[in-house]
Design a binder for this molecule. Structure first.
Ligand code: NAG
Ligand code: NAG
Ligand code: NAG
Ligand code: NAG
Ligand code: NAG
Ligand code: NAG
Ligand code: NAG
Length: 492
């Protein structure tokens, strides 16, 4: 008797499941998709990502590590299980990962740090200190022929500084820190292939750099001998797109798959990768009107390299298909605030391309009217994976829970937690593990992702029309304002 009940029950469940599983007559809806998001599925994946880190010799998921390779393989395999629903590709990106840097200054061994994206090699020569920050070609002497350029870190990406020095004939570059502490995990933050070659580069401490500047100022010649070793790796962006839905009108959802070198990177930004993976898995129960594309970017921590590489690889026609790009990282900060990117510029006077205001409004609608929780706004400054999209004139938006910033008293009243303490005390530290997650925040944020995914997968009616000349003019005017703003000029 019990047997037949079991058989019947299984049969009934299978039938019910089959009906639910057939997405053809089940158009996605925000509430239905949100209901499928549960905390156990998120937690289970966070444990897995942590294991990928701890099983790797380096105990992290930084690009080029076994932990990152395992993450990329896991996400790709997960999506590949559903070939009827998604097309999945891995976009290869060649990178150079710094292994070691050995340095002598006037024959004396000095501690130096390997710098990511810089090539391996040997250089010896006399040191020339570059004035200012080395962010401007005019900072450099006309010829650095065979010298070692000494440059202060900061304000622009170091790749820019090293490219100037290389162009002027430097044999090598020393970057000295602009804060106390070491330069472990530091990178040139710009892909060399697109901007010209780099010479061997090493990092030194602020104190060591200032010591060299002082010696040069009193006219002492300083001879440096440096050897850097680097490893060439291929790192992958993962791109998955629904086979269903209008392929010319795409909602694009992204997060990044790598961590910093310090630890497993479970909140930063494992949480974002996992949230969008879970939404991608649950979406498979439903049909969509517009194509949905999910991306897991590589090498965000080295300077948004994966997303930049991707956007640069798209033709204008392909860019035009992306109606909106939404970025998700830091989804579970222990001392969280619900932060929405200020796409309409109402809080920080910096707006995104047309469509970005509407995206902000959709997130506001979710937090205020659906989840009924407070939210704040954060500056839309292009310093995460949405930056390259924004620069290409593609509407963008996103949400986050906060990184190293300090929670204010006002935010404490809005969200609880602790005032005067960072949103994530373990940001970029080895303590960013599964114990570092706020699950209440994480589920709320993941449901917000489900809401916008479902909303735009159904319709783009709330966004400005794609082709109107008014929208194009507005976009061009916005891009001109952005590219001439002091913020943008200080970033390049
Ligand atoms: C070079 O530096 C690395 C650390 O960056 C160190 O492990 C290695 O022993 C050094 N090699 C030599 C030959 O000094
Ligand atoms: C670079 O320096 C030159 C000369 O000092 C100046 O005119 C120019 O505005 C600077 N460029 C930037 C981007 O700061
Ligand atoms: C650069 O240095 C090489 C030798 O290191 C020398 O032969 C060459 O003349 C130098 N060029 C300039 C422009 O100083
Ligand atoms: C906002 O930015 C624009 C230029 O981007 C500037 O002209 C304007 O003065 C700024 N407004 C405020 C209130 O800062
Ligand atoms: C929203 O913030 C206010 C303080 O600004 C607080 O009184 C209220 O309880 C918060 N609401 C929720 C749902 O947390
Ligand atoms: C927008 O332009 C594309 C080609 O650029 C065209 O195929 C499409 O029909 C246009 N859509 C509208 C709504 O005008
Ligand atoms: C370098 C880093 O911390 N990566 C990103 C993780 O996510 C947050 C929130 O989106 C970004 O601000 C960080 O840049």
């Amino acid at each position: 008797m019990w047997k037949s009940i079991v058989v019947l029950a299984v049969f009934a469940a299978a039938t019910a499941n089959a009906a639910v599983l057939d997405p053809r007559n089940n158009l996605v809806e925000s509430e239905k998709l949100r209901r499928r998001i549960n905390v156990d599925a998120l937690e289970e994946k966070a444990q897995l990502f942590e294991r990928f880190a701890y099983d790797s010799p380096d105990k992290n998921r930084v690009i080029g590590s076994a932990g990152h390779d395992a993450t990329v393989k896991y996400i790709t395999d997960m999506i590949k299980k559903f070939p009827h629903y998604y097309t999945v590709t891995q976009q290869p990106m060649p990178l150079s990962v710094g292994i070691s840097a050995n340095l002598t200054i006037n024959g004396k061994e000095t501690e130096a740090y390997a710098v990511g994206l810089a090539p391996g090699g040997h250089a010896t020569g006399s040191v020339v200190a570059i004035p200012n920050l080395g962010c401007n070609a005019t900072d450099f002497p006309n010829s650095l022929n065979g010298s070692i350029a000494l440059i202060y870190r900061g304000t622009c990406v170091s790749g820019e500084k090293v490219a100037f020095a290389t162009e002027r004939g430097a044999a090598g570059v020393l970057i000295y820190n602009n804060v106390e502490g070491n330069l472990n995990g530091y990178s040139l933050q710009r892909i060399p292939a697109t901007e010209g070659e780099y010479v061997p580069t090493a990092g030194i401490s602020q104190a060591a750099g200032e010591g060299l500047v002082a010696l040069l100022e009193i006219g002492t010649e300083v001879i440096v001998d440096m050897t850097t070793t680097a490893k060439d790796v291929t790192s992958y962006n993962i791109i998955a797109q629904t086979k269903g839905g209008d392929q010319d009108n795409v909602i694009h959802i992204g997060g990044h798959s790598d961590s910093v070198a310090a630890g497993p990177g479970i909140n930063d930004n494992g949480s974002g990768s996992i949230s969008i993976l879970e939404v991608a898995i649950q979406l498979m129960r439903f049909s969509v009107n517009n194509a949905v594309r999910f991306s897991w970017w590589t090498a965000e921590e080295e300077g948004l390299l994966g997303s930049e590489f991707y956007v640069k690889s798209l033709s204008q026609a392909e860019k035009d298909k992306i109606r909106l790009f939404l970025d998700f990282d830091m989804m579970a900060s222990p001392n969280y605030a619900f932060q929405i990117y200020d796409g309409d510029g109402s809080a920080f006077n910096s707006t995104g391309p047309p469509g970005s205001s509407e995206a902000e409004a959709e997130f506001t609608h979710y937090f205020r009217d659906i989840a009924k929780v407070n939210h704040t706004e954060i500056e839309f400054d292009g310093r995460s994976d949405y930056g390259p999209f924004m620069e290409a004139g593609i509407a963008a938006g996103g949400i986050a829970c906060g990184a190293e910033g300090i929670k204010t008293q006002e935010e404490f009243e809005m969200f609880g937690g602790a005032a005067g303490v960072p949103y994530d005390v373990n940001y970029h530290e080895d303590g960013d593990t599964t114990n570092n997650l706020n699950y209440e925040a994480w589920i709320q944020m993941t449901r917000a992702i489900a809401h916008v995914t479902a909303t735009y997968a159904r319709s783009f009616d709330s966004l400005p029309p794609k082709n109107s000349s008014a929208v194009r003019m507005k976009r061009d005017a916005q891009m001109f304002r952005y590219k001439t703003s002091s913020r943008y000029l200080s970033m390049i």
